[in-house]
Design a protein around this ligand. Structure first.
Ligand SMILES: [Zn+2]
Ligand SMILES: [Zn+2]
Length: 163
């Protein structure tokens, strides 16, 4: 787990009268591309996970997705409930997205009391940094993973890739 000291605080908007300064600092805010879906969560979250599997590649359109795992009880939807749409594959794997702009949006994780929050949606600096890469065993042939975060061939409990 990375230390949370010394991060730069990002702010999408100046503090307002309704929201006190200390509360603003404690919460990380995020939104989809069109801004219709907005959410927040308590800042005490540790790391960003990058999954390089084929499903996450299609869902993100990129080499990997980037997800912050947020305990359910610290997560709040702020707007856009009616815009959330879920696509579920026959296998049960699902993707939740904004009906208007198509951005992937936070979704409850299967078998966990937590939300998987797409890190690219965050409007504030979450303080978290990349913790590890998973499913690198099925990464795209053109994907060159940089940085020093550990890489796992499958999930967190499987052997690390030879790097
Ligand atoms: Zn949207
Ligand atoms: Zn994946």
């Amino acid at each position: 787990m990375h230390a949370v000291v010394g991060y730069r605080r990002g702010r999408s908007e100046p503090p307002t009268a309704e929201r006190c300064e200390s509360e603003e600092d404690l919460m990380v805010h995020g939104s989809c591309l069109c801004g219709g879906i907005r959410f927040e969560y308590a800042r005490a979250v540790s790391e960003i996970y990058l999954c390089h599997c084929s499903l996450c590649r299609k869902n993100s359109g990129a080499a990997s997705n980037a997800v912050v795992v947020v305990p359910e009880d610290t997560f709040n939807w702020l707007s856009g409930d009616e815009l959330r749409q879920v696509y579920t594959k026959p296998t049960g794997w699902s993707a939740t997205f904004c009906r208007t702009c198509g951005s992937p949006v936070p979704a409850r994780m299967r078998g966990a009391t937590a939300y998987g929050v797409p890190a690219g949606l965050l409007d504030d600096d979450p303080g978290a940094r990349i913790g590890c890469h998973i499913l690198v065993g099925s990464k795209a042939p053109w994907d060159e993973i940089g940085g020093s975060a550990p890489q796992f061939l499958e999930g967190l409990r499987t052997p690390k890739a030879g790097k």
